[in-house]
Ligand binder design. Sequence first.
Ligand code: BG6
Length: 491
Amino acid sequence: MVKNANAPCDLMLFGALGDLAQRKLFPALYQLERAGLLAQGSRILAIARTKATTADVREQLFEKLRYHVKDREFDAGVANAFLQRVDYLLLDFTDPEGYGALREWRDEPNNELIVYMATPPSMYGVIARNMKATSCCNEKTRVVVEKPIGHDLESSRVINDELGEVYHENQLFRIDHYLGKETVQNLIALRFANNLFASQWDQNHISHVEITVAESVGIEGRWGYFDQAGQIRDMIQNHLLQLLCLMAMDPPADLSADSIRDEKVKVLKALKRITPDMMDRYVVRGQYTAGTSNGKPVPGYLEEEDANKGSATETFVALKAEIDNWRWSGVPFYIRTGKRLPEKLSQIIIHFKPAPHYIFDPDQKHLANNKLIIRLQPDEGMALKILTKDQGLDKGMRLRQGPLELTFSETFEAERIPDAYERLLWEVMKGNQYLFVRRDEVEYAWRWVDEIIANWRDSGEPPKRYAAGTWGPVASIAMITRDGRSWYEDA
Ligand code: BG6
């Protein structure tokens, strides 16, 4: 693959008038323009099924950019210059005849070609086949696809096969937008640039790990999609397992895409199966009922707009994952994620084991574990909780736990943290796949998750209720308490 982001590219964006494109992709491309990263001569073909002219679409995009880009980052001059790159094409994705227009649009056939399918996955195969049949793409074309890649292992294989009939794996950029988050990439830097941690990163030194991805929002008009997926397919199969892999993987030989992805796959392969007899102790699923969010009353999941009142879809999952390998034997990874939790918060807590022999006040023994807290969002940064002596003559050798604190925005005076999609689109333009998910990762993740879903189905047990605005069903607290631990709460 060519690694030259300054080479002009032609970006064909299928589903250009959809929510993802308008809310995330165009604002991200605008930011690349603002940062001077879009090469001269780069062009965008917005493709959708709505009847409109290029002028209409540019006008509509201008308004959307103004709405979605922060005021202080919005510059009408930059937006207008950016929109000059955009043309619009009305296309029925299933009609091969229409694809000739894509070829005609390309006036510089040497430009890198990127095809972004911001469409339902059922369209990926159709678009790929039509592109090929009409010679609109070649073996250098880069193809970006969004999750969900299927709703289980079998359906993901069908989608991957369809894409694979037309494109090589090294042309495919499967997005998991968590991998584009600045702080998620920092996991790689933290782990592999600091030998201090490298030597501590195993079952000899770590007792357990927590990963929390909490959202305060509910379903936000996506009931139809979400109810088919549920929190396990929507968040655990992809984002949470990717975080787990980055936390747990062995050091890659280098930063190349395949070195990193090989290591992630090893973790997925080593995930201990959760069998029916383990479900009670290892997995909790919940569904929110009416409650409050940010001080306002909010309806329960079954009372949301368009809700199917009898739905047993989960909006919360907590589980205990174990990795059957040398490094992590005996170290549980407690994972939880849910909608309508008290706040939006993603964080990883690494709990280190206590020193082998404790010599301080017995009543302070509970303080004795160091913790590394990695805050992914908001307030990106990290803190290492260490023990020091409390100051003062009267304190003797009383201990106190305090943080060594690194808040990225303060320490590095970072002007702004780029959105995940800016990073991901930029990496696609450079032809760099290390932040994208390989086929085998998707499939191993499904294999593990499918078994949990099958266990739920076979047991017929409905999800446990939790009130909106709380941290999920009490069973999630019980799950971790049974192991003599608790979910981390910042004092
Ligand atoms: C998406 C899920 O992939 O991630 C959504 O489909 C979820 O349900 C979103 O809200 C969370 O992403 P972020 O970046 O806001 O944490």
